[in-house]
Design a protein around this ligand. Structure first.
Ligand code: 3PG
Length: 209
């Protein structure tokens, strides 16, 4: 199943403490978001993925997957998809071998040519705000009609609908819903509220041609 069609909002999480994982997962589900990317930026990431794999309704993925070994580690921990900030053919190869969907980051047409050659139809566009935002995606997408994009980096409640208005953008991702300060303070109601607000905004986005 298409990853980006599953939920229009993908929260990106930097966990400080694996104990935050389960209440975080429950808070996102309470807000209507059933997909999450736990990054490997912190040591707690892998244990957090393992903890969240206990929630069957939540589709947990791993982010910041930059070398093939990471794919092995996160799949063993229960990740159901892998996200990378850039495009690595060896990471993609390992993901194919382990039969886990991979979402590589692209930042230009050359990356998109490699992704197309590999038969991929879903990529992350990162860092979206520094790559021209909505106009950047529109320009890059033109020669790749089958490709769909997950913009990430600088996506916020105020600009997410602009991205989602593009037909080639089924979903966006960002960290504001799961701000590390909210996690550290255990403000799970606020996490749920931000997730629900993001979903509302995503569903209200008006497509443009
Ligand atoms: C990512 O890994 O996709 C980004 O770091 C998320 O970017 P943001 O923190 O600007 O939302």
């Amino acid at each position: 199943m298409s990853l980006l069609a599953r939920c229009p909002v993908l929260p990106v999480v930097v966990l400080d403490d694996p104990a935050q994982a389960l209440p975080l997962g429950e808070a996102l589900l309470a807000g209507g978001v059933d997909v999450v990317e736990i990054t490997l930026r912190t040591a707690a990431g892998l244990a957090g993925i393992r903890a969240l794999s206990a929630l069957p309704e939540l589709h947990v993925g791993a982010g910041s997957v930059v070398v093939p070994r990471h794919v092995d580690e996160v799949v063993a921990a229960g990740a159901r998809f892998v996200v990378s900030p850039g495009l690595s053919v060896s990471v993609l190869d390992r993901a194919v071998e382990l039969e886990v969907p991979a979402l590589p980051g692209v930042s230009g047409a050359s990356d998109l040519m490699v992704a197309t050659e590999r038969g991929l139809t879903e990529v992350k566009f990162f860092p979206a705000n520094l790559l021209g935002g909505v106009a950047g995606i529109r320009a890059l997408a033109a020669p790749f009609p089958g490709m769909t994009f997950l913009p990430s980096g600088g996506v916020k409640p105020e600009n997410m609908a602009d991205y989602l208005a593009l037909p080639c953008v089924p979903a966006i991702s960002g960290s504001w819903m799961v701000d590390p300060e909210l996690l550290a303070a255990g403000r799970w109601d606020e996490v749920s509220a931000r997730a629900a607000d993001a979903l509302r905004r995503a569903r209200g986005a008006v497509p443009v041609g």
